[in-house]
Write a protein that binds this ligand. Sequence first.
Ligand SMILES: *Cc1c(COP(=O)(O)O)cnc(C)c1O
Length: 368
Amino acid sequence: MENYRPTRAIVNLRAIQENIENLKTYLPNHTGIIAVVKADGYGHGEVEVARAAIEAGALMVSVATPDEAIHLRAGGITADILVMGPSPVHFAEKAAELGIHITVSDAEWLRQATMTVGKSSDPLKIHVKIDSGMGRIGLRDEKMLLEIVEVIEETPAICLEGAFTHFACADEEDPSRTEEQFDRFMELVDKFPQRPTLVHASNSAATLLYPEYALDAVRFGISLYGIAPSAFVGTKLPFELKKAFTLETELAYVKLLEKGNRVSYGGTYETERNEWIGTLPIGYADGLKRGLRGQEVLIDGERVPIIGTICMDQCMVKLPREMQVGEKVTLIGRQGDEEITMEEWADRLGTIPYEIAVTIGKRTPRIY
Ligand SMILES: *Cc1c(COP(=O)(O)O)cnc(C)c1O
């Protein structure tokens, strides 16, 4: 598809691969990397990121939903895929057929799911989810675990691939909740008559802060893309994370507005003197949220503020001087010594960079 609008996201797959290579060096040799590519690869493009990650040595990839897994298979990803979130029972047959690993938290669910796969020759690959303190999905005690084991043992079509848990507070300074969760998890993992092949617990934060919890694999999400899970983890990085995402556009229109003129909806910005105003072809439909008014962009290596209300498809900036239409504008990324990060947007919006990454809309093409 041709794109006439110059607004685009440039995804540096090499940066993602370097993050994997550096992580491999940092982790124990026997620990595999599960590249988390849910939510369209945190907005970077799930198929492209999955392919790059596997090429760089990731063991497998994971997503949140069955549909995301199907999309990866349709995109030609042949590596193992884990669906980490809940799946409906009727997905089991498709999962077995496509070799997609699914997450199981409950024996009754598994019993029902196996009834749909019994006839097929493909095994249903499962990871048992243990809720060690996140309170989301997962079994919480030994009784529930042994019930699942019973179903697994009586069903040859089920293949127990793994067991995992998810940390709720690994990105915080206080390690006590993460320690508690890890201990609880290991206590329950020990109840399996046979230890599953792949026991995994760590998200990005735990991977980076607690290599001693690496186990058989880590589920590396946000930091695969070069982003620290929290400001605290950002101060403790064991190796440099390379950012993969750049958001850029071009000046679409430039004018000199005399003192006392208003800009954009609501007329809330008024020029204080004669000002050069630039218009950018990007707006909140692209993920440039209205709350980012006042946020700076980079033009010619300088920080330039967004002024007035951000529109659905356009916004205005206050230029330091006359500039040409077509001048490159970087909204996320680097120009010279200046850099604007998703973390900076997140701080301004009172959220976390995860939310920024998945908010850059589909209308903005990804260039690899
Ligand atoms: C999203 C997710 C991850 C990855 O978390 P990051 O903080 O992005 O590394 C890992 N495990 C599960 C279960 C998840 O839902």
